[in-house]
Structure formats: C-alpha cells, structure tokens
Design a protein around this ligand. Structure first.
Ligand SMILES: N[C@@H](CCC(=O)N[C@@H](CS)C(=O)NCC(=O)O)C(=O)O
Length: 239
C-alpha cells in the first residue's frame, strides 16, 4: 500500500502542511488506498522536507514529484480532462500559493514573537524541556535566514502583509463563486490552492496571515468547498 509521510498535527490543525494536505487530497480523490505516517522531524525525510511517498521500494520526496508520479502510475488520471491552457493557469496559481504566499504564512507563525510559543508547543514539544529552547531556537534562526534569502524577509512587516494581501486578492479573483477552478469537480490545482489556505485559516490562535485572509470570503468559501468535495479537511472534525 502507498505510504504518505506527513508532519504531525499542530495548532488545532490535523494535517498542518499544505504540501502534505495536497497529496492527501489527491490520493483520496483518486480512490487510491494509502496510509499516512507521521514524522515529527522533517530532517529525517529523504530531502529534509515533508511530504514523501513510499510505494514499495520507490520513495518520492516533494509534493509536486508525488503528483507527477501518481499521474504516471494512474495512466494520466491527475490531469485528465484539463487543457494545456488550464494546466498552465493551474500551475501559475500553484506557484503563487506555494512559492510566494506560503512564505508569508510561515513568517506569520514562526517569526511573530507573539505566535512563536505556539510553534514551540506545536512542533517542538517532543524535545525534552531542557533542550527545547535550543532546538526550537536553531530551527527559528534557519527559517529567518531562509525567509531573508527568499527575499520577503527583507521587508517591513507592513510590506510583507502587502505582498500577502496582493497574493490573497489574486487568488480571490481567480477562484469561482461556485464549483472549482476548471469544472464541477476539484482537480489537483484546487487541492494546491485550498490546502495552502485551509491550515492557515484554521490554525489556532489566528496569525496575522489568518486575519488578512478571513475577509476574502470567496476564497474562504472556496477553500471549504474543496475540502468538503474531497472529504479531506486540514482541521480536526467532530463528525
Ligand atoms: N516543495 C516541497 C515543499 C515541502 C515543504 O516545505 N515542507 C515543509 C512542511 S510545510 C517542511 O518539511 N519543512 C521543513 C524544513 O524546511 O526544514 C513540496 O512541495 O513538497
């Protein structure tokens, strides 16, 4: 059986990584049997990030490579029915969400001093108390360095919020009021956009990213619709 390795839940969110959630949505939507395993330390993953997928003796690390692998394995089911133009549009939205907007969401959790204790509790509680401060502090410095290298970390907080707001508005203006990006059923590009939004909308307590995102009602409703359609939610559900 396929094994999808993901981060453990945190901040009230069951599947806390958008990349992991996207893959969970895809495998579920295709009806492929799979199990999910949790790995608390991404450094132990083949490429130091989660998710990765194990299929027998094959190991595929990176959500996009997993998507491509599943498309090949299923004889093209992932992109079935999509035109070249839709695929191009979908990929552009995915890049916007995953390679730009994502980083502002990361910063709103990791680099906000008021929110940082929730990251420590959520991600580092497995480290024994005497070493927790050291381990979490090192990880935080790494995130700060990466955010700076990415470029967004060079801007003031207000400017970072401006970048995030323009991305959110672009997504809001791209998603439909009903249905999904390219039809009546959600596709991989819906999973990419919705999974990026879902965890950031539902993390507890709200981050500055959450506060920026919530007024984008069309995007929030769309995110709910995608999760409901596939029956996979970022958050824990009572039913
Ligand atoms: N491009 C990768 C990104 C995966 C990624 O950034 N995963 C995060 C969790 S949301 C991670 O494992 N981060 C650990 C780290 O960067 O050290 C993908 O699509 O799988």
């Amino acid at each position: 059986m396929l094994k999808l390795v993901v981060l453990p839940g945190a901040f009230g969110v069951r599947n806390v990584s958008p990349f992991c959630l996207k893959c969970e949505m895809l495998l579920t939507s295709l009806g492929l049997p799979f199990e999910m395993n949790e790995l608390a330390n991404p450094a132990k993953a083949p490429k130091g990030k989660l998710p990765f997928l194990v299929d027998g003796d094959r190991c595929i690390a990176d959500s996009e490579l997993i998507v491509e692998y599943i498309d090949e394995k299923t004889g093209g089911q992932v992109y079935a029915g999509l035109t070249a133009e839709q695929k191009a549009h979908g990929l552009a939205l995915t890049r916007l969400a995953e390679e730009h907007l994502y980083w502002t969401g990361v910063a709103s959790r990791w680099l906000d001093d008021r929110w940082w204790p929730h990251v420590v509790n959520g991600f580092f509680h497995i480290i024994p108390a005497p070493l927790r401060g050291l381990g979490s502090g090192m990880a935080r410095r790494q995130v700060k360095k990466t955010y700076h290298l990415q470029g967004l970390g060079r801007h003031s907080l207000d400017e970072q919020k401006g970048f995030a707001e323009r991305d959110l508005q672009a997504l809001e203006d791209s998603v439909p009021s009903q249905g999904f990006l390219f039809g009546d059923t959600p596709c991989i590009f819906d999973f990419a956009v919705a999974s990026l939004m879902a965890g950031m909308l539902d993390n507890q307590p709200p981050t500055w990213f959450t506060e920026l995102a919530r007024p984008h009602r069309k995007l929030v409703d769309y995110t709910e619709r995608v999760q409901a359609a596939v029956g996979v939610w970022a958050r824990h559900r009572e039913d």
